[in-house]
Ligand binder design. Structure first.
Ligand code: NAD
Length: 264
């Protein structure tokens, strides 16, 4: 029994990668509030355990599992463990990613491949390992890939990251077509600018609190809603894509960006 939720996902197993913190944690918390058993699948096992405890304290059910989505063996081990424990998976949210601020002139191919291995191949790897578990589920089956506004718009100094997110966008469409005969809906949620640990710069400052961000995005309304997002702003849209209400929604990219992509 959850404290606030309507339990519209009761009895469903939801795996959310990278949900120890940030957007993933907000999504995992919301799915748990709606009655799902949530697997906090993160490379940072200690923080994942704390996240599972916070979900339990709020009245939900969460279990922490370590996974490195950049590694075949680690992902295979996770799907095998969950198959043994639950025998199925209704919801897979591919959220984990690493940040990157590399322009083409500073980029090395080693760095490019590192970001692609995690941010692009990680979601593909998870889908490959989890589609058999999704097929074993009876209730609404859902995959939600977390893309980015940078996957649909160009952005300087983020070549590997933007390339990976662009690939996630079209991977989502192709996979949706591929899995439609199995009744598995595949969509992407593309956040705009969200206040998470990922948006903290190497010098400790917050990217979205900088003067240039305030000027362009807030003062001059490049984000029509004139604020950056909090992780919780992503939770409701992600829940919708996981819910029964999304039963005829597949292959879509839901931009949750305060209207930023609607303007120029
Ligand atoms: N923060 C933003 O402004 C923003 C904007 C658009 C899209 N996004 C996307 O949203 C998602 C979540 O971002 P966030 O801002 O919450 O990030 P974050 O850095 O706060 O959290 C990312 C989580 O992923 C985990 N992780 C990293 N590498 C992993 C790996 N190899 N295997 C498993 N777990 C791993 C981390 O331990 C962490 O818990 C990402 O896909 C990101 O690209 C973020």
């Amino acid at each position: 029994m959850t404290a606030n939720g309507r339990e519209r996902l009761k009895g469903r197993i939801a795996v959310v990668t990278g949900s120890a913190q940030g957007i993933g944690f907000a999504i995992a918390s919301r799915l748990a509030q709606e009655g799902a058993t949530v697997v906090i699948a993160d490379v940072n096992e200690a923080v994942a355990r704390e996240a599972a405890q916070r979900i339990a304290q709020a009245g939900g059910t969460g279990a922490a599992h370590r996974v490195d989505i950049g590694d075949d063996a680690s992902v295979t081990a996770l799907s095998a463990a969950l198959d043994a424990q639950y025998g199925r998976c209704e919801i897979l949210v591919n959220n984990a990613a690493i940040s990157d601020g590399t322009g083409i002139e500073k980029m090395t191919m080693a760095r490019y491949h590192e970001v692609i291995r995690v941010n692009q191949d990680g979601a593909v790897r998870m889908c490959l390992a989890f589609v058999p578990l999704l097929k074993k589920a009876k209730d609404a089956r859902r995959i939600v890939n977390i893309a980015s506004i940078m996957g649909v718009r160009g952005w300087p100094d983020a070549i590997p990251y933007s390339t990976a997110k662009g690939a996630i966008v079209n991977f989502t469409r192709a996979l949706a077509a591929d899995l439609a005969p199995h009744g598995i809906m595949v969509n992407a949620l593309a956040p705009g600018f969200v206040n998470t640990p990922m948006s903290i710069l190497p010098d400790g400052s917050h990217e979205y609190d900088s003067d240039w961000f305030r000027d362009i995005y807030v003062k001059y309304g490049r984000i029509p809603l004139r604020r950056y997002a909090e992780p919780e702003d992503m939770a409701g849209p992600a829940f919708f894509l996981c819910s029964d209400d999304a039963r005829y929604v597949t292959g879509q990219i839901l931009l949750v960006d305060g209207g930023a992509s609607a303007t120029f």
